[in-house]
Design a protein around this ligand. Structure first.
Ligand code: PLP
Length: 390
């Protein structure tokens, strides 16, 4: 047997992540590997930390990338903050809220679920009511941008309510960071995690997290040891922390961090607010094209995520056939529905580098052609011009 180098096809990534990675990020990752305790590397890590503070809009000194994907950022928050017996109010309006609940269960915490319909934001009144009857709750957890349904919840209001009831907050910002307004300090978020491969447009596998003083206090007051050795922040801090003497914890993924550094340099060059605006503009162009094709969003206009668009699959249409044709004939990847929405929606990602007008036009015209080839009832030619006008 003989194997050859793997050369992936060149795709346009318009699914729920990973998003397109800029050549500058890929080039950064191809630079020579150096030791992870090398002073040059440590200097770069400090810059990553500062640029993450900018992206999160926080001064939290405990801000760093966990060496694993977004799911590990989720676990980092829960495993450090939840102790056995802790009551945690988990707002669920999609797949990722469901995973938060499972994290609480596995840690011996008591999850109190605030259930919301998939496709709708978390209802602040429901959270308030739940906290009123659970005065002993210690933490409120919710997903800012629910990628499974394309819904944005009002993070600022949910955090306010949680704090009024003396709860700490854990926020999933995997899909929101860099794509829509997110202000960790202004909103008072206590613990937050994100991912490298969504609106930051880096490769998958890193998870930026940030904890404020209140969250660190809760960790310091723990009665039980953090059950995960790898994710125990008190240990990781010796490696990422402010002191100039770094100690070995694990071997950092050196080249992956070069990539994150470059992606954050690019975010800083563009400006965070400009990145938010770009995501909003390209969503509007997509909306015009989608509506021109006679298709519909499943989420109410005022709670849609510009970076993740859930579109209803017309009845009697086999959505997997459409996705396969887009991939095979246009090198275009879009996402399918998850869980209860499998087969019923497409998920169109316009995250990070993927969010540009060229991709919107490519997608809308490709979808129109595929629909025509499959002889689905669509007004051919109606799609592209409105998208261009937007
Ligand atoms: C993608 C995603 C995650 C998980 O991130 P991975 O990098 O895939 O582990 C968690 N939460 C949300 C909202 C996501 O979109």
């Amino acid at each position: 047997m003989s194997f050859k180098s793997f050369n992936p096809p060149v795709r346009t990534l318009m699914g729920p992540g990973p998003s397109d990675v800029h050549p500058r990020v890929l080039a950064a990752m191809a630079r020579p590997t150096i030791g992870h305790l090398d002073p040059a590397f440590v200097g770069m890590m400090d810059e990553v930390k500062t640029m993450l503070q900018y992206a999160f809009q926080t001064r939290n000194s405990l801000t760093m990338p966990v060496s694993a994907p977004g799911s590990a950022g989720m676990e980092t928050c829960f495993v450090n903050l939840v102790e056995p017996g802790d009551k945690v109010v988990v707002c669920v309006n999609g797949v990722f809220g469901g995973r938060m609940k499972e994290n609480v269960e596995r840690l011996g915490g008591i999850p109190i679920v605030v259930d919301n319909a998939w496709g709708e934001p978390v209802d602040p009144n429901k959270l308030e009511d739940t906290l009123k009857i659970n005065q002993d709750a210690k933490i409120v957890a919710f997903v800012h941008a629910e990628t499974s349904t394309g819904v944005r919840s009002d993070a600022k209001t949910l955090v306010e309510i949680a704090h009024r009831h003396e709860c700490l907050t854990i926020v999933d910002a995997v899909t929101s960071l860099g794509g829509i307004p997110l202000k960790v300090d202004e909103w008072g978020i206590d613990a937050i995690y994100s991912g490298s491969q969504k609106c930051l447009s880096c490769t998958p596998g890193l998870s930026p997290v940030s904890f404020n003083e209140r969250a660190i206090e809760k960790i310091k007051r723990r009665k039980t040891r953090v059950s995960s050795w790898f994710l125990d922040l008190t240990l990781v801090m010796g490696y990422w922390g402010g002191s100039n003497k770094r100690t070995y914890h694990h071997t950092a993924p050196v080249n992956a961090l070069y990539g994150l550094h470059e992606a954050l340099v690019m975010l800083q060059e563009e400006g965070l607010e400009n990145a938010w605006t770009r995501h909003e503009h390209n969503y509007r162009a997509l909306r015009t094209g989608i509506e021109g094709l006679g298709l519909q969003f499943i989420v109410r206009e005022d709670s849609r995520l510009p970076q993740l668009n859930a579109i209803a699959v017309p009845v009697q249409v086999d959505e997997s056939q459409i996705r396969q044709l887009l991939l095979s004939d246009y090198n275009l990847e879009i996402g399918a529905g998850l869980g209860a929405l499998a087969g019923r929606i497409f998920r169109i990602g316009l995250m990070g580098q993927t969010s540009n007008l060229k991709n919107v036009l490519l997608f809308v015209s490709a979808l129109e052609e595929v629909i025509a080839r499959l002889r689905l009832p669509v007004d051919r030619g109606a799609a592209e011009p409105p998208a261009l006008r937007a």
